[in-house]
Design a binder for this molecule. Structure first.
Ligand code: HEM
Length: 304
């Protein structure tokens, strides 16, 4: 999609960098909960591309978290898992309904305006997308961004805290690009992706029948010894790094260029300002068998 392609991502990058710098401001005080801080990182992207006013960012990040981890106390919006799920979905869809209404009256260059303007090639009748399809696209986009990018950022910083000797290498752009790819492989924020087989298939000695549900364990594939040398080592020079962190095939992550950009900027700004980070408290992992998340990661930034 041209709205999310490389050229547009590059054009929007100065605005995104300003937001990243602003986001990192709390690190200046020395101690910060990096897990919590990173919740806003995907909104820096999604807010920019979808034209979402900043006043909604923190709520949307909270609702998106509640949609995928309703059992986690950090995202409990209701008295039960079911109520949290209901409330989170209600709030997200109500918010986007409002934004779609606004963009119908005030079109811009954002993704919501683009969705309003395109015709539905799947129906074959060239009709505009109805509101429901637009809302589902917004939902998919916002969940895709929010459930992955913050966790890659936190797990990558954690890996660097555990291997401080890598930090000085990150003055180099190529090394930072390697860091981002390895951070995605290492984190594999979506533990698994589920599909339903449309035809009988055979993998090794396993037979899959048409109609079977299949869970592809991304985290396991990303540590496959047949593909990666020394897969349990965090290696920013790994080349090639053919990880499946962004999935594969027709549903390959549409946000891949954006997340590479923002994660590269994040670590550039961090390494420019700080000599190192230290953990100052216990890690709190997200309650989820799907998302490899860090809810809380208290750290101290050591100035250069
Ligand atoms: C490092 C960050 C990210 C990772 C690791 C990641 C990972 C993934 C994966 C594994 C899929 C495939 C899902 C499947 O096959 O069922 C996917 C799809 C998707 N991602 Fe991402 N994602 C990231 C960032 C983003 C961002 C920033 C956005 C939006 C701004 C985004 C939006 C989407 C969307 C809309 C899809 C669905 C694409 C489709 O079904 O055709 N992702 N992502």
């Amino acid at each position: 999609m041209r709205t999310l392609g490389h050229a547009v991502v590059q054009r929007r990058s100065p605005a995104i960098r300003d937001r990243v710098v602003e986001l990192l401001r709390p690190c200046e005080s020395g101690e910060v909960d990096f897990g919590h801080l990173m919740r806003r990182l995907p909104m820096v992207l999604a807010g920019e591309f979808m034209g979402i006013p900043e006043r909604y960012w923190d709520d949307i990040a909270l609702w998106a978290g509640a949609c995928v981890a309703p059992d986690d106390p950090a995202y409990a919006l209701g008295n039960s898992t079911a109520q949290t799920l209901r409330l989170a979905h209600h709030h997200i869809f109500a918010c986007f309904r409002e934004l779609v209404r606004y963009r119908r009256a005030n079109p811009g260059e954002d993704l919501i305006s683009v969705l309003i303007g395109i015709t539905d090639s799947m129906s074959g009748r060239g009709k505009p997308l109805d509101d429901w399809r637009i809302l589902l696209n917004c939902y998919s986009f916002i969940l895709g961004a929010n459930t992955t990018t913050p966790n890659v950022a936190s797990h990558t910083l954690l890996a660097l805290i555990q291997r401080p000797e890598l930090w000085p290498l990150l003055d180099d752009e190529q090394a930072r690009a390697g860091l981002v790819e390895e951070g995605i492989r290492w984190t594999s924020p979506t533990h698994h992706l589920v599909r339903r087989a449309t035809a009988d298939a055979r993998f090794g000695d396993v037979t899959i029948r048409a109609g079977d549900w299949v869970a592809a364990w991304v985290a396991s594939a990303n540590r496959d010894e047949a593909v990666f040398d020394d897969p349990f080592t965090f290696d920013i020079r790994r080349s090639p790094n053919r990880h499946l962190g962004f999935g594969g095939g027709p549903h390959y992550c549409i946000g891949a260029p954006m997340s590479r950009l923002v994660l590269g900027m994040l670590f550039e700004e961090l390494t420019r300002r700080y000599a190192a980070f230290e953990l100052t408290g216990p890690l709190v992992h997200l309650h989820s068998n799907w998302i490899n998340g860090l809810v809380s990661m208290p750290v101290k930034a050591i100035a250069r």
